[in-house]
Write a protein that binds this ligand. Structure first.
Ligand SMILES: C[S@@+](CC[C@H](N)C(=O)[O-])C[C@H]1O[C@@H](n2cnc3c(N)ncnc32)[C@H](O)[C@@H]1O
Length: 367
């Protein structure tokens, strides 16, 4: 749980506080930032309303992928998963296929809708094109760290579909998504990939017209997913580098705080490795619960800092040429579900903090 804010200890520079939650609850998407280069993306709420059909098709992806699980009584399984998560016993919580499916059908759909909205809101930044232009991008390679539960995968499928709808063909000819996760989500990822790239099941009484219109969300040529079971904090650097070096985008969604909690030192080392491996222009998107704090030990004393201060400190504070530019930050945003979505179990709005960084080219060596 996030403790009350504390002043920074010596040695960890406190980033200027972004203007947030100033007395009123953060409502809908807001792009408050200290960075002058950042322009406001359109607000999420209005987009979400007009995109009801697209959001519903993402929920249908989960329904089609996990039809049997959703038809069964999933509550007892969810209770058990919740209990293990509450005890921070992740090995148990993510240690059985039925638990993983139960988690994926309960918690990933709401997140997937929120992520699709985030990607859509950030589309010009992510595709690195001027607003309003339709430049094509050959391939878009995304690595989702802690992304096995499927929310990022389905969110990215929604983003890809949105781009295709928006411009007839879509600026990305192919999106490749690699989800790397410590738990074995491979069957969840396989089911989602199949549901994304196959036409939804139809009743045998469906009309010829309905059969004709029944199309997959994306073709297998346009959208491809891989899963890799790995602990990113102890992954072989060579293997990690192979996965990361061509990435256009790396995401760490609701996972960074878990990594910091597992090991501050290993997470710092991992982020530095990520920095060294990613190509100039690659972007890192971090989304997490607002107000997440992590513990740092400095000069033998333990202090708690907001997660994003520690992240900024690792990526941005340097005495050498900067390696990252931060292009977006917001300590609190909401994704609110529009009315009218249909899903057999509860969905929820998502409140989150968001940080986007872009890897800079190495400065030319000074002669
Ligand atoms: C809270 S869940 C978030 C899932 C998903 N990213 C989302 O936003 O809905 C955290 C995920 O991180 C994974 N994870 C935790 N520690 C990890 C590590 N050291 N290496 C890889 N994955 C890890 C967990 O297995 C889990 O899938």
């Amino acid at each position: 749980m996030a403790p009350a804010g504390k002043p920074p200890a010596r040695g960890l520079k406190q980033p200027s506080k972004s203007k947030k939650e100033g007395g009123r609850p953060a409502s809908k998407h807001q792009d408050k930032t200290k960075h002058p280069s950042i322009s406001s993306p359109k607000t999420g709420e209005s987009v979400a309303k007009s995109a009801l059909g697209s959001l519903q098709s993402l929920l249908n992806t989960f329904r089609n992928a996990f039809e049997e699980r959703l038809a069964s009584d999933v509550k007892p399984l969810l209770q058990q998963v919740k209990q293990h998560l509450y005890n921070r016993d992740f090995l148990e919580a993510f240690g059985r296929d039925d638990y993983l499916e139960a988690y994926a059908v309960r918690w990933s759909p709401s997140r997937a809708l929120g992520y699709a909205q985030i990607f859509e809101d950030l589309q010009d930044r992510l595709l690195q094109r001027a607003p309003g232009t339709k430049d094509a991008v050959d391939s878009f390679r995304v690595v989702c760290l802690g992304g096995g539960a499927g929310a990022e995968i389905v969110g990215l499928a929604g983003f890809s579909h949105h781009l295709i709808e928006e411009s007839n063909n879509g600026p990305i000819s192919r999106m490749d998504v690699t989800a790397i996760d410590i738990a074995n989500w491979s069957s969840v990822v396989t089911s989602l990939q199949a549901a994304i790239t196959s036409p939804p099941p139809l009743s045998k009484y469906a009309s010829a017209a309905a059969k004709e219109a029944n199309k997959e969300l994306l073709t297998p040529e346009a959208f491809h997913t891989r899963f890799l079971q790995q602990d990113v904090l102890s992954m072989d650097p060579e293997k990690l580098s192979v996965e990361l070096r061509d990435a256009t985008l790396v995401t760490i969604m609701f996972t960074l705080n878990e990594l910091y909690t597992a090991s501050m030192a290993k997470t710092q080392r991992f982020l530095l490795m990520l920095t060294e491996t990613l190509a100039p222009g690659a972007q890192l998107l971090v989304v997490d619960s607002p107000g997440s704090y992590s513990t740092v030990t400095l000069n033998g004393a333990e202090k708690k800092y907001p997660m994003h201060w520690i992240l900024d400190h690792t990526l941005l504070s340097t005495t050498q040429a900067p390696k990252w530019e931060k292009t977006l930050e917001d300590e609190s945003r909401w994704f609110r579900l529009p009315e009218g979505l249909k899903y057999p179990i509860e969905l929820e709005n998502m409140r989150y903090q968001i940080h986007l960084y872009k890897r800079l080219p190495q400065a030319a060596a000074v002669p």
